[in-house]
Design a protein around this ligand. Structure first.
Ligand SMILES: [Zn+2]
Length: 182
């Protein structure tokens, strides 16, 4: 019996050097689409973890924006998350908010890339998990060419955590940079 030519196949990217896994791979069956999308985390402002969090858990804040790091170091040198102070998603931003988002995105990319350990900064917004806007800044460590591209989020979980002392120093440096350039 010949294989169904319409069936999904293992894509070419599994052979890329950046793909973190090897060996015999099998595709999961593709679940049928649902009629309705499930609510995201914090869909209601009263249950929104970002809205409920105080400024003390953030690395840097101003009147309309807040920047935080995850609570512990991960495999990448730095991961930062930019959020609006108000309960907004990307499509809700006013023209003023949208313009500030552009300025802050460039400022954060420049700040993180200025760390000696960082070669590149990837900027991502998925929006499937959290209803409150979160823009992720993921730093690729210098020289680690195998981490280039879209699999870097997986490598973040695979690599051993960054040294915590260095991580805290880098976060303090980034907070000072954001204060200086505000
Ligand atoms: Zn919120």
């Amino acid at each position: 019996m010949s294989a169904d030519p319409a069936a999904p196949r293992i894509p070419e990217f599994v052979t890329w050097p950046a793909f973190p896994f090897e060996g015999d791979l099998r595709l999961k069956p593709i679940a049928p689409p649902t009629d309705t999308e499930p609510p995201r985390r914090g869909e209601d402002r009263g249950d929104c973890p970002s809205c409920l969090a105080g400024d003390d858990v953030y690395l840097w804040t101003d009147d309309r924006w807040r920047v935080k790091a995850p609570p512990r170091p991960s495999g990448l040198p730095v991961v930062l998350i930019l959020e609006t102070r108000a309960h907004l998603d990307l499509g809700d931003l006013s023209t003023m908010h949208a313009a500030e988002l552009g300025v802050l995105t460039v400022r954060l990319e420049r700040a993180i890339r200025s760390l000696d350990s960082v070669a590149r900064v990837h900027v991502n917004r998925w929006g499937d998990g959290s209803a409150h806007l979160q823009l992720w800044f993921l730093a690729r460590p210098k020289g680690y060419l195998q981490l280039r591209g879209p699999f870097m989020t997986m490598w973040d979980d695979i690599l051993p955590p960054t040294d915590e002392t260095q991580w805290r120093e880098d976060l303090a440096y980034l907070a000072a940079w954001l204060d200086d350039s505000a």
